[in-house]
Design a protein around this ligand. Structure first.
Ligand code: MGD
Ligand code: MGD
Ligand code: SF4
Ligand code: MO
Length: 691
């Protein structure tokens, strides 16, 4: 066919798999997108969401031109303006704000819409520009921070196993992770292990589609995972199956941790976790006698007030069993930290030291009157839909004195509050470099087509704005390809031989790690060089010295409740979990007609026992509420959730949802035990019929 081109790209979404894709371009138009069959991890498949990416790119509601607000904040009424007008207005307002309040009055609120290192997430896009202005720093802790910190205490890094090595495991624990929904390509490797005899256990308060497919499901009470880890180790130790040689030579703090384990006999753990004692003992025995055991524990596990500690303690398991010795043994959370890219955000450009604002504390930040935020600059984020304490965020965004700029592809609930909306390119329209958090491949995304309308990439938007504001710092004008070269220039052996040319030609390249990959064969990057059951660092950070169990907020409230009312107020009775939805990616695709149709109305899962107590019938419209707010859903009476637990998926757009709210209306803006991580799965609520 004449004029047909095949362009290699990468899925930019916040998903562990970072699929490699092939876009077919005819006469300058993208006509087909398929998973790249040559990619060893993703092997040609995308997912139900991204199968619609081309359709999404061409969607009618795409933002194609700069917009200026004409209606009231939140109404979503805008007029089209030129880029020149937009840049004029923005530079005037930014200059005024910096002169009157200082650069720190600007909050560059960057989200996870793309994980690209050039256009998004951890990349340079914007950071150098904000440094020149002296804007506040933005701590992007919304997703995985608590768990990463917990892992660092034990292993020295959040990186662990190569997920491909799950094929060699003989016991696989899927712990607080919904593989078939939130990163399904790992499943093939799990199935390979299974074909060779591996037993697969899902540990999840919800019987998810992943739990359905596992050999065994432990419906644990939310936020009690560290207690389960200690209970399983209690059984391992009782069986005399701890790996004494490994413990002696490769771990630190065993005596103290051993004493902690002994406090958690299965009977006590059954009480804490709500699991039958027999199940705990049976799994403990399996763990004691099955090598290698691979643990996949992801972000779902750490979205509660004990979540960092849970990861820290679960990571102790392979230290006791010695699993890190064996290919296919150990733990996998995120592979991000295996990618040694060189990030140079040029902090030397800052005119003065600046404060850091915390992504999980947007509502607080917008309420601060002492050091007020005067400009909120939102890019690749949709906080109205994705962030805790929706009602307070809305109040913040309604502030008349707040200048809000939103760089977006779509008219999101957040964009409705913008003073200026800037049209953003989508992945087939810009270049980017990607790592992955569920595998070890670097992937290059070559632009396949010209941007629609007047959309600009993030980097190009900041280059134009810098020029418009007369900034002279040369590094603000580095091209996307120059930025990519810089990222690849760390000189780390894992990148040896991986050049931009090669990436552009081949699409993806595996890091130079052996296969199988035993990341801690030469020791752990902790202060002692060993796996640390006890951590000096944790102690000096004000945490327990020894890994243990910290109950989630919901569990603490349960304990408080048993002991009487808390501050005279009865806590709300049910714990709400708000996990990943199958058809949306956070709030991305929340406006896609077909995916919305498939997702039907929002549903809140509730056990028959809890439904009966409230007189609820299946399918009944209900309100889910607590002191922070409420959202509406249909009750789904289901044995997928245990009594005491309710669940409703994240990701709905408020404007398409009955009642104009999603589960984040009842999520408190509180902190996990580490890194101020969010509490998405740790909120008490009540459910009642909708009047
Ligand atoms: N389809 C789809 N895929 C996605 C996303 C999406 O929105 N949709 N989001 C992406 C993003 S941003 C991320 S961070 C990842 C997240 O992916 P996951 O880590 O899988 O995160 P969640 O879906 O939040 O939670 C996973 C499971 O943990 C369970 N869980 C909740 N609390 C607890 C607990 O206390 N203990 C235990 N044992 N389990 C618990 C939940 O019931 C849920 O089934 O997925 C990514 N992939
Ligand atoms: N209740 C509940 N809430 C949650 C979670 C939960 O488990 N429960 N999970 C949390 C997690 S894990 C995460 S990571 C956060 C995510 O929260 P956010 O970071 O706010 O991500 P999204 O809601 O996906 O919004 C991303 C936006 O970026 C836009 N976008 C995509 N690509 C680009 C680009 O290249 N340029 C620009 N300018 N824009 C782009 C998309 O159109 C989309 O509107 O949500 C959190 N929210
Ligand atoms: S969302 Fe995940 S599974 Fe789907 S295409 Fe992107 S990387 Fe692949
Ligand atoms: Mo995330």
């Amino acid at each position: 066919m004449s004029g047909e081109l095949r362009v290699l790209g990468a899925c930019p979404l916040d998903c562990p798999d970072t699929c490699s894709w092939v876009v077919t371009v005819q006469d300058g138009r993208a006509v087909k997108m398929r998973g790249n069959p040559d990619h060893p991890f993703t092997r040609g498949a995308l997912c139900v969401k991204v199968n619609r990416y081309l359709e999404h790119t061409a969607a009618e509601d795409r933002v194609l031109y700069p917009l200026r607000r004409t209606g009231r904040k939140g109404e979503g009424r805008f007029e089209r303006i030129s880029w020149e007008e937009a840049l004029n207005e923005i530079s005037t307002r930014l200059t005024e704000i910096v002169e009157t309040y200082g650069g720190e009055a600007i909050w560059p609120y960057q989200g996870t819409g793309t994980l690209g290192y050039i256009q998004g997430e951890t990349g340079e896009a914007g950071r150098r520009f904000w440094n020149v202005l002296g804007a506040s720093r933005h701590d992007m802790n919304i997703c995985s921070r608590a768990g990463s910190i917990g892992l660092k205490y034990t292993q020295g890094t959040s990186a662990g196993m190569d997920p491909e090595d799950f094929a060699s495991a003989r016991l696989i624990l899927l712990w607080g992770t919904n593989t078939l929904t939130s990163g399904h390509h790992l499943w093939k490797f799990i199935q390979e292990g299974r074909a060779a005899g591996a037993h697969v256990v899902a540990i999840d308060p919800i019987r998810t589609r992943t739990a359905d497919q596992a050999d065994e499901h432990l419906p644990i009470r939310p936020g009690t995972d560290a207690a389960l880890a200690l209970g399983l180790l209690h059984v391992v130790v009782s069986e005399g199956a701890e790996d004494r040689e490994y413990i002696a030579n490769h771990t630190f703090g065993w005596d103290e941790f051993h004493a902690e384990i002994l406090k958690y006999p299965p009977t006590r753990v059954a009480e804490i976790t709500g699991l039958p004692e027999e199940s705990i003992v049976a799994l403990g025995r399996r763990l004691a006698h099955t090598r290698p055991t691979a643990i996949r524990a992801t972000m779902g596990l750490q979205r509660n007030a004990g979540g960092g500690t849970a990861m820290r303690t679960i990571a102790c398991i392979p230290g006791v069993t010695g699993d890190w010795r064996y290919p296919g043994g150990g733990l996998s959370y995120s592979t991000s930290a295996h990618f040694p890219l060189k990030i140079d955000s040029r902090d030397d450009l800052l005119p003065h030291p600046v404060r850091t604002l915390t992504m999980t504390r947007l509502a607080d930040g917008l309420e601060d009157t002492e050091n007020p935020v005067k400009c909120l600059w939102v890019y690749a984020a949709n906080p109205m839909g994705s962030t805790s304490d929706q009602n307070r965020i809305r109040r913040g965004l309604l502030r008349e004195d707040l200048f809000t700029v939103v760089m977006e592809q779509f008219p999101t609930d957040t964009a409705d509050y913008a003073d200026i909306v800037l049209p953003a390119t989508m992945q087939i329209e810009h270049a980017d470099l990607h790592t992955g958090y569920g595998h070890l491949y670097l992937t290059w995304n070559e632009p396949a087509v010209e941007p629609l309308g007047e959309c600009l990439s993030t980097t190009e938007t900041f280059r134009r704005l810098a020029r418009h504001m007369g900034m002279t710092e040369p590094s603000l004008y580095d091209s996307d390809l120059e930025l990519a070269e810089q990222l690849l220039s760390s000189g780390h052996p894992a990148l040896a031989g991986i050049t931009l040319d090669r990436l552009r030609k081949e699409g993806w390249v595996r890091l130079n790690h052996p296969r199988p990959f035993q990341p801690f064969a030469d020791g752990f990057p902790t202060p002692s060089g060993k796996l640390e059951f006890a951590s000096q660092q944790a102690e000096s950070d004000g945490l327990d010295r020894v890994a243990g169990y910290v109950p989630s907020r919901s569990n603490r409230q349960d304990h408080d409740r048993r002991g009487g009312r808390r501050g005279g107020r009865k806590p709300y009775p049910l714990t709400l979990i708000t996990p990943a939805s199958h058809n949306f990616l956070n709030t991305i695709f929340g406006n896609n007609p077909e995916l919305r149709r498939r997702s039907k109305n929002p549903r809140v899962l509730i056990s028959a026992e809890d439904a009966e107590r409230r007189g609820l019938v299946d399918g009944q419209p209900v309100r889910v509420f607590n002191e922070h707010g409420e959202f509406q859903a249909e009750a789904e009476i289901s044995d997928r959730v245990r009594p005491g637990v309710a669940a409703c998926e994240k990701g709905r757009w408020l404007k398409f949802t009955q009642g104009g709210a999603n589960p984040n209306a009842v999520v408190e803006e509180g902190d996990a035990d580490m890194g101020r991580g969010p509490l998405y799965h740790d909120n008490r609520i009540e459910i009642a019929p909708l009047a």
